[in-house]
Write a protein that binds this ligand. Sequence first.
Ligand code: C2E
Ligand code: MG
Ligand code: MG
Length: 587
Amino acid sequence: MQDYREAARLDALHQLKLLDTPPSESFDRITRMAAQIFDLPFAAVSLTDRDRQWFKSRVGIAHTGIPRHKAPCSQVAVSCGAVVIEDFATDPYYADSLLAENGTRFYAGAPLVTSDGHGLGALCVLGAEPRAVTASELSALTDLAAMVMAQIELQHAFGRIDPISGLATRAQFRDDLVDLARDRPGEARIAVVADLARDDQVARIIGAMGPARLDEMIREASLAIQGALGAERTIYHVGTTQFAFLSSPGATVDAYLPMLEQAFERVRANSSARFVTSVAIGVRPFQLGAVTAEDVLRGAASAAQAARRVDGGIGLYSSKRDAMMRRHYRLLQDFGAALEAEDQLRLVYQPRMDLRTGACLGAETLLRWRHPVFGEVSPAEFIPIIEQTSLARPATQWVLDRALDQLAQWQAMGLDLMLSINISAANLMEVDLVQRIQLALLARQLRPELLEIELTESAMMEQPERALAMLREIAGAGIALAIDDFGTGHSSLAYLQQVPAQVVKVDQTFVRRLNAVSDADYVLVETMVGLIHKLGRRVVVEGVETDHAAALLADMGCEQAQGYWFARPLEACDFIAWIAQRKAMAA
Ligand code: C2E
Ligand code: MG
Ligand code: MG
């Protein structure tokens, strides 16, 4: 019993995370008052650790702690009562203590007791002369000890209660989960994160109504959630509009989901913000102690993110999706370093063929990344991730510089080839894009028409007006333009007609369907080709994998093609060898 109490006491002390923290004036002030009231040179706020007394605050004392053995503060902590030693020299127990050896004759200590009844240590005064204590002195010391405790608990609460919602914070969630895992390791629980609004909705509310309105909505929501889940459930406010809680033990996902759905329907029905926000709920079953608090929250939050498409949608955590999201995050984090490393990024070149003559006209530049841990990562995976960020600019610049170096080298070798590079929607927002391309061409004395910029139809449609202005600027500089992945975006013909592209690249998906000899698919591609021609553009078909497709497309009047049938994307040296081999064969 004694051992258990001491363990709980130490636990309470350690949870406060007060040991070995720097001195603080708010404690020192109280310690000084204690010394003054007793008119003594020494006073301390002394915390009783496993085998030491550690001084959070001290007056007249040089060291930061003493061993616990025969320290009267330890007796104060364990008994939770005041201890007075009027004269160490005559005290049967403390006469041979370390304090006595060092000349201490007098001690008075009042207990520091938590609201849960754990004694943490003592506020104590010490003297070099024997002395008596009056009742009023002892009561003042007890009051000051209570002030020390209020200070400790205030500091501890700080950061644990959200000032807006009044709910426990993420820090509290972490601590509570650690406690639960210690008490009931292995027990199955379900963590839920409810995200009450999308980032853009939050931004719009603040923009239109001011931050006070958002605070008000958060307060309203926290009350509603508490009401829907019952007062005994602890709800944590873990992000601006995100709330988390744990299921009771033994809850199964199947039984829990309908309950959640109903609870949040009630929350939504009474919400004053229901028309300007949408709720997403993430559910992550886990075992106490098997997953860190951070991972529990992250997993539930990412499940909520995945459920975002539907208002009130509930997403169940999937370890596969979680692994993918983490991989994406890792790729994003590592791409900057890849741009600076010598050996991670490289360009490959896929030949672009004239379908009528069979000649190679040039190549499309495609980026490759050999990640130090993941190995080869496809641009289809990493480009969509990085192009949403500020990395889009240095990435495109990297490609542009290397591609034009290559082009200059081919020119010097007497190879009259053109080269295309792919750019991202974000690049269109760079006001100096055209200037940078022009400078890069100029530095290598390359004619602008040798370079072609490919931009996907869907990238154009992200900001159609801005895209059009930039594309006109590119065309105005004499640089060739191609609309990539045509047929997969949602552009209108009226828009396409305005885009100054000479070339439209029909997306692979249509070409692949040609192989499945169906009339409808044939007609679809033929119609697209006819349309592009009517708009006065040349057609490049991508993804030609068979001679059958190549022949069909040539018959339809497609001018150019790329695809595995002609060549896969090739390393620079292989590309040269490939060209040479074809020349030799033709000769
Ligand atoms: P994209 O621009 O449409 O490039 C064509 C993709 O189709 C390339 O994939 C190419 O390897 C692949 N491909 C070519 N012929 C065939 C074929 O016959 N069959 C099949 N199944 N596939 C074929 P890759 O290299 O994986 O690139 C994927 C996408 O990543 C590119 O699509 C492009 O949108 C993007 N990308 C690649 N490099 C860059 C870059 O430097 N910058 C930007 N912004 N995007 C890039
Ligand atoms: Mg392309
Ligand atoms: Mg394409």
